[in-house]
Design a protein around this ligand. Structure first.
Ligand code: MN
Length: 237
């Protein structure tokens, strides 16, 4: 048996090939696992559990049949799908995890997080994050008409793409002090996160930091077995 970790699939209408690759991954690979952890940004945008677009229904069905067959699914919010709510979790048989979650399996432990909160050099984004994660803000958002939220989401995507094209590479990576702070706070020796789209296993004397890959040209998955962690990738056809 194994435990799988993925993040940053950014599923959307615009990339049906990635949606297909993810559904195949659920069907052929995750089905043999004990658990699947999705560490944020499963969707390119999620503006409320009442969105019944076709690809969302397909993804929900895929997750549902996986959980029905006994695979535990755990989901963390990403910066793009922080409105995923309890209705989505119920419909898919998944469990929503807190933004910082201590994982333990096969004798290996790690702190799991999406990773956006570690990018503290990106001040504009951190401001947006504080605002958008506030319960009152989320409540108001969730109570706006769906069409209004859909327009808002495309506006956000546009703004984020424009802003990111102006930012330097280092601003969009994790801040080492933020990593050190979280390491001390939880007294961990291993951190697993996504978000930066820079898959790699960073090893220092005190911390192993595993960065998950984003699904774009390749699909990525980190696998934990009794032997430890291993990340692999394959082309999305
Ligand atoms: Mn992200």
């Amino acid at each position: 048996m194994s435990i799988l970790f993925v993040s940053d699939l950014h599923l959307s209408n615009e990339r049906p090939d990635i949606v297909r690759a993810f559904l195949n991954f659920l069907d052929q690979r995750a089905i043999a696992a004990k658990a699947l952890y999705i560490l944020g940004d499963l969707f390119e945008a999620w503006i409320g559990d009442d969105d019944t677009s076709k690809i969302f229904s397909e993804v929900k069905q895929g997750l549902r049949s996986l959980s029905d067959r006994g695979v535990n699914i755990f989901i963390q919010h990403g910066n793009r799908d922080f409105l995923l709510g309890q209705r989505f979790m119920q419909e898919t048989g998944s469990t929503l995890l807190p933004d910082e979650y201590l994982f333990d399996g096969y004798g290996f432990s790690a702190l799991l997080m999406h990773g956006d909160s570690l990018c503290t050099d990106d001040l504009d984004y951190q401001r947006f994050r504080r605002k958008s994660r506030h319960p009152v803000y989320k409540w108001i958002l969730n109570n706006l008409p769906l069409s209004y939220r859909q327009n808002l989401a495309s506006k956000w995507r546009q703004q984020s793409a424009d802003a990111n094209s102006q930012k330097t590479e280092s601003i969009m990576d994790v801040n080492q002090q933020a990593v050190a702070r979280i390491t001390q706070k939880y007294e961990i020796t291993r951190l697993i996160h996504g978000h930066t789209h820079r898959p790699y296993i960073h090893k220092s004397d005190i911390l192993e930091r595993i960065v998950l890959g984003d699904w774009y040209d390749m699909g990525w998955c980190l696998t934990l077995t009794e032997d430890g962690f291993k990340q692999d990738s394959w082309p999305i056809l």
